[in-house]
Design a protein around this ligand. Sequence first.
Ligand code: ADP
Ligand code: MG
Length: 247
Amino acid sequence: MTEAGTEAVTLNAVSKVYGKGSSAVAALREVSIGLPKGGFTAVMGPSGSGKSTFLHCAAGLDRPTSGSVRLAGTELAGLKEDKLTELRRQRVGFVFQAFNLVPSLTVEQNVTLPFRLARTRADRARLAEVLARVGLADRAAHRPAQLSGGQQQRVAIARALVTGPEVVFADEPTGALDTMTARDVLRLLRETVDDLGQTVVMVTHDPVAASYADTVLFLADGRIADSLTAPDAGTVAERMTTLGAYA
Ligand code: ADP
Ligand code: MG
């Protein structure tokens, strides 16, 4: 367990129950974990094991039923909705499986969207830097439909990085990509950790994707069942079979 000061996100006995009464589903059961600053953490587990719920609670997209989440040095439970929204916009980056770009906006407009939402001026130097990093400096005026899936996901990563967030959260970021393109995206995420000291938390069901992380957390039935450090794809796949992922 790492010290509090070296953690970008700390979950303390986080539980999440959806619904009420006989239809209630416990998606997370008292999960306690610290995610290290500057680390790349993958979250794996069978379908329905609570991966997305874990990510949403850790990122302040959803509130736990009980327990506490500390993100970017802030206790989320005490925040009113507007402060939570502000923290999400300024301190956290998100990457989703479906890219979630705005089709009518150019690459540059999509990437600077977080500034517009926060009603702050886009940092031009930062914009140029992230577009160069994701290899799309010459695509700034294109619209998403003019780009390949891999390029669109790189735009989404640029948008996630542009505010210099404490943590980038990615939910199945390679789920809609072919194998080769997926590797480019994973390499890019890995580079943001190695070169920029970015903290990345990524949900995936792909053992190869998980092998790009420093640590893999395995969720099963709403609990952290196991973890692996310096994972290789074979070991991850093997561990998944015993969690019932491929059953
Ligand atoms: P995963 O991402 O690992 O597939 P989820 O976190 O999406 O798992 O879901 C965990 C459990 O919570 C599942 O049983 C799922 O059906 C349930 N669940 C998730 N979101 C909701 C919701 N909004 N309402 C009711 N049940 C939900
Ligand atoms: Mg999910």
